[in-house]
Design a protein around this ligand. Structure first.
Ligand code: RTP
Ligand code: MG
Length: 146
């Protein structure tokens, strides 16, 4: 990032339990760094039910909500704060469509994901959908000072 950019944008990336279990953490971070974005915080741990209730509050009541929470509790996740101008839509482009069957080849989900016939789409990564979501989610996972 050129030092003339005063406040680079930030997004919250999560390598979901399927991505971690399949050994794709390095591949996801490689794509993020190869694109030119910078990983500024990185942590592997298990999510808690409280963190997931807050993170996925917008989906509460939807049919995939409980399967989604159970999936996200099924193993460790890797949390990354990623920085760079335009990184919020930029990482969404790298990730590809939510449904890995529909996601274009060249994207993380399109290249590495598939339909496993489960109640919830296991699609390797999460990326914040707006700057406001990124700030909210970063505070959930890393605290207000992140
Ligand atoms: P994400 O939040 O994980 O970056 O993905 P997204 O914006 O593309 O998708 P969103 O609509 O926010 O949904 C959150 C996650 O829920 C799972 N999902 N499964 N019908 C289904 O099986 C279904 N719909 C959503 C996916 O893991 C999705 O990423
Ligand atoms: Mg989303």
């Amino acid at each position: 990032e050129p030092s003339t950019v005063p406040t680079p944008d930030r997004t919250l990336v999560i390598v979901k339990p399927d991505g971690v279990a399949r050994g794709l953490t390095g591949e996801v971070l490689r794509r993020v760094e190869a694109k030119g974005y910078r990983v500024v915080r990185l942590e592997m741990r298990r999510a808690t039910p409280d963190e997931l209730a807050r993170h996925y509050a917008e989906h509460e009541g939807k049919p995939f909500y409980q399967p989604l929470v159970d999936f996200m509790l099924s193993g460790p996740v890797v949390l990354a704060v990623v920085e760079g101008h335009g990184v919020v839509p930029g990482f969404r482009s790298l990730a590809g469509a939510t449904d890995p069957t529909a996601a274009a080849p060249g994207t993380i989900r399109g290249d590495l994901g598939r339909d496993w016939g489960l109640k919830v789409q296991q699609n390797i990564v999460h990326g914040s959908d707006s700057a406001e979501s990124a700030a909210r989610e970063t505070a959930i996972w890393f605290g207000a000072d992140a």
